[in-house]
Write a protein that binds this ligand. Structure first.
Ligand code: ZN
Length: 351
C-alpha cells in the first residue's frame, strides 16, 4: 500500500516536473509574433474600420442590406430577432478584406501576402475544389504548436508547397473564386487557425463519401481564432503570444471525455494543459471550449463518464445551437451534444 502511494506520488511528481519543464522550455523558445497585414488594405488600424471589410448581402425581415459587419470575424451572419434583441447565429471563421485597387473592368489587383514567417503547406489551385475557391495555407511555428493562416477566394496563386515565406512575401492575387461571390464582392477571406487533428483523414473517411482533396488543410480540420482581435492586441502589445491571446476568450461550454490516454491535441498545443498535477489515473478529461469551438484548456477530471458529456454550459436565453454552430442543443443552463457536436468531439479526440 505504502509502495503504491510512493509510486503514485512519484508519477505525480514526474508528471509535474515534465509539464513544468515543458512549459519553461516552451516559453523560453517562444518566438516574437511578427504579424503583418495580408493586403495593402490597412483600414483595420484607421479611423473607419468599415473600409477594411467587404460587406455581405443580407435579407432580413424582407429588407435587403449590405452590412460591412458581415465581413467581420465571429457570429456576424444570419440575424434572428429574439426577445433579447437581434442575435447572429452564423459564425464567420475569418475576416473578409476589401480590395483597394481595381482595373477599369472592376477586377481587383491587390496582392496577397503571408502575414508572418512560415512555410506554404497547401495550395488549392482549382477554383471549384472548395467553397474557399482557390486557397493557400501557410504553417507558422512560434514555439507553441503550429498555427495555420489561410487565404481564400484567390484569383491566382504565385507560391508553391514547401516554399518558405517571410512576413509580407507575396503569395497570390485577391479574387472572387469560391461559393457565393462575384466581382463586386471580391475579397480576401483570411483565417488564422489551430489544427484540430493530425489524424483528420481517418475521421474524414468515416463521415464523408467524397474524397478529401485538401488533406490536413481541409477547412473542417482548421479552427479559426479571432484574427482581427489579434491584430489589434498585437498592435498594443507586440510581445503577446497566441496562447495568451486565446486564453482570454470567454468559455462557453465544458465537456468531459473518458480518459483513453492524453488527447493528441494536448501534444500539439501543450499550453492547453491545466492542473496537470492532478493527472494520475484521472477517469476523464475536461475540455473547455469557446462558443466557436476553440479549445481553451484541458484538465484532468475525477468524474467517470462513459461517453463525451457536457459538464457545464454558459447561460443563454437563446438556443445553444445558435451560439455553438449547432454542436449543442438545449437552452438556459442545460445543453447536450448534437450529432454534429459529437462528430466534432470525435475529431478533437482522434488518436
Ligand atoms: Zn469570409
Amino acid at each position: 500500500m505504502q509502495i503504491r502511494t510512493h509510486l503514485t506520488m512519484l508519477v505525480r511528481i514526474n508528471s509535474l516536473i515534465f509539464w513544468f519543464g515543458l512549459s519553461i522550455i516552451c516559453e523560453a523558445q517562444y518566438k516574437r509574433l511578427e504579424l503583418v497585414l495580408a493586403t495593402p488594405n490597412k483600414a483595420i488600424f484607421g479611423p473607419d474600420i468599415s473600409q477594411f471589410y467587404m460587406y455581405t448581402n443580407r435579407s432580413f425581415e424582407g429588407q435587403p442590406s449590405k452590412p460591412w459587419q458581415g465581413g467581420k470575424y465571429g457570429y456576424v451572419r444570419n440575424p434572428k430577432r429574439t426577445t433579447s434583441g437581434i442575435i447572429y447565429s452564423k459564425f464567420h471563421e475569418g475576416v473578409d478584406i476589401r480590395p483597394i485597387e481595381r482595373n477599369s473592368r472592376g477586377v481587383p489587383l491587390d496582392k496577397v501576402c503571408s502575414i508572418a514567417s512560415g512555410k506554404v503547406m497547401h495550395t488549392s489551385r482549382s477554383a471549384g475544389a472548395s467553397n474557399y475557391g482557390r486557397y493557400v495555407v501557410i504553417e507558422h511555428d512560434w514555439g507553441y504548436g503550429k498555427f495555420y493562416s489561410l487565404y481564400a477566394h484567390l484569383a491566382d496563386i504565385s507560391c508553391t508547397v514547401g516554399q518558405s515565406v517571410r512576413p509580407g512575401t507575396s503569395i497570390a492575387t485577391l479574387g472572387y473564386t469560391g461559393d457565393g461571390i462575384d466581382r463586386t464582392r471580391a475579397h480576401l477571406h483570411l483565417e488564422l487557425n489551430l489544427m484540430i487533428s493530425r489524424n483528420f483523414e481517418r475521421w474524414y473517411r468515416r463521415h464523408y463519401v467524397a474524397p478529401n482533396k485538401h488533406g490536413l488543410y481541409n477547412g473542417i480540420n482548421l479552427a479559426g481564432i479571432d484574427i482581427s482581435g489579434l491584430y489589434k492586441e498585437h498592435q498594443k502589445n507586440p510581445s503577446i503570444t497566441l496562447p495568451q491571446f486565446i486564453k482570454k476568450t470567454k468559455p462557453y461550454w465544458k465537456l468531459l471525455v473518458p480518459n483513453k490516454g492524453m488527447p493528441l491535441i494536448m501534444k500539439s498545443y501543450p499550453w492547453l494543459a491545466k492542473n496537470m498535477a492532478d493527472a494520475t489515473n484521472n477517469p476523464s478529461w475536461e475540455i473547455t471550449m469557446s462558443r466557436s469551438g476553440i479549445p481553451l484548456s484541458i484538465s484532468p477530471h475525477n468524474k467517470k463518464v462513459s461517453s463525451p458529456t457536457i459538464n457545464w454550459v454558459d447561460y443563454s436565453a437563446t438556443p445553444h445551437s445558435w451560439n455553438t454552430r449547432s454542436r449543442l442543443t438545449g437552452n438556459k443552463d442545460k445543453a447536450k451534444l448534437t450529432a454534429i457536436g459529437l462528430r466534432f468531439v470525435q475529431l478533437l479526440m482522434e488518436k
